[in-house]
Design a protein around this ligand. Structure first.
Ligand SMILES: NC(=O)c1ccc[n+]([C@@H]2O[C@H](COP(=O)([O-])OP(=O)(O)OC[C@H]3O[C@@H](n4cnc5c(N)ncnc54)[C@H](OP(=O)(O)O)[C@@H]3O)[C@@H](O)[C@H]2O)c1
Length: 343
């Protein structure tokens, strides 16, 4: 089969499309014939050695994917060849080979059925970001209808958070630097979308919400924006810290937390148990069905163009960047690589 490997932690520049040995279904695993995979910023972090995981090289990146089961290993219950499945957040693409390949062996208990109404492309990118959004919104318990501010609202996690927060009955305010994406986010359920680069976005927000303030911030950006986000919160406001695309927070003043008793909590989607993930995914699918929301696909690249897909992710997508698998004979000149060694 064809797949993209990295040889080490020197970054995405090391990506090579190679011929790989077909995976086999070990006990507890299934082999999935992938229809599509999705990219996440953490793939790049792992490639650059910035993610706390040390896979065996050469390593196949890719945590998300959807496909059809080809084979089931010993002891697997509830799945059979021919079933359509997607991957919840497990070790796939982290410590074990990932989904930027035509086939992948995954732990059977990290699979979920593809919702009937989702296309393969929609299903491929929905799970990781939805589970992240679910944790970010619900780690504080079931909040009464609240004002939720989402930074990086156009990204994979941002879109999933906007959709899920709206479905949970919250008033959702998004932040995006792009005029076109701001328009699309309004259609996805945001009440308002502001430009975080504007000097007056916080004043606009205050006027929009008065006399209310923000109850929960879901932050994927960090950097200098973080202090501004904290500033928008009301009494007992919370921040779910998901990512830091703009880097570390400079000179944060902890006094900004005292008087409003602001609480900050990290989000780590990989820490949820398989049962919790399955329950969260089920809730996401049900809620989005009620509101008629669907996973948002930004762009689709063929397997052969994974580097271009990563370039699109770095530009800032609107939803998910998807890689569509293509069934074709390997081209002459491709290298053959086996896990744990190359030939
Ligand atoms: N903690 C967890 O468990 C967890 C899980 C999933 C993801 N994450 C992290 O969360 C972050 C977001 O992931 P994602 O999948 O949503 O990323 P994404 O799809 O690449 O989207 C991020 C969005 O943020 C905006 N953005 C990017 N760089 C920015 C900057 N320097 N300043 C301001 N805005 C910027 C862009 O929107 P505009 O161009 O519209 O402004 C972009 O579309 C990443 O760091 C990721 O690793 C964490």
């Amino acid at each position: 089969m064809l797949g993209w490997t990295i040889p080490d932690h020197r970054g995405l520049g090391g990506l090579r499309l190679v011929e790989l040995a077909d995976p086999i279904a070990a006990a507890g695993d299934v082999v999935l014939h992938l229809h599509a995979a999705a990219l996440n910023p953490a793939d790049r972090y792992l490639a650059e050695g910035l993610y706390p995981a040390r896979p065996t090289f050469p390593h196949v990146l890719g945590r998300d994917g959807s496909g059809t089961i080809l084979a089931v290993g010993e002891g697997v219950r509830g799945w059979k060849p021919g079933d359509r499945a997607l991957i919840l957040r497990g070790d796939t693409g982290v410590t074990r080979p990932g989904t930027l390949a035509e086939r992948v062996a995954v732990a059977a208990d990290s699979l979920a059925p593809v919702p009937e109404t989702y296309s393969d492309l929609e299903a491929a990118g929905a799970a990781l970001v939805s589970l992240t959004a679910h944790q970010a919104l619900l780690q504080w318990g079931r909040l009464a209808p609240s004002v939720v501010l989402v930074s990086g609202a156009s990204g994979g996690v941002g879109v999933a958070t906007v959709q899920l927060a709206a479905a949970l009955g919250h008033t959702v305010i998004g932040l995006s630097r792009s005029v076109a994406k701001r328009e699309q986010l309004l259609l996805l359920g945001a009440t308002a979308v502001l430009d975080p680069r504007s000097d007056c976005w916080r004043r606009e927000l205050k006027e929009l919400l008065a006399p209310r303030r923000v109850d929960l911030v879901v932050d994927t950006i960090g950097g200098a924006l973080f202090s501004e986000l904290v500033d928008t919160l009301g009494f007992e406001g919370r921040v779910s810290v998901v990512g830091m695309l703009a880097g570390p927070v400079p000179a944060f003043n902890t006094a900004s937390l005292f008087f409003r008793r602001v609480r900050i909590g990290g989000v780590a989607v990989g820490t949820d148990s398989r049962d919790s993930q399955a329950a969260a995914w089920g809730e996401v699918v049900s809620l989005l069905r009620i509101t008629g929301s669907r996973p948002v696909v930004d762009s689709v690249f063929p397997l052969e163009e994974v580097p271009a897909a990563f370039a699109r992710l770095a530009e800032g997508p609107m939803g998910k960047v998807i890689v569509r698998m293509t069934a074709r004979a390997p081209e002459a000149g491709l290298h053959t690589v086996g896990f744990g060694g190359s030939s």
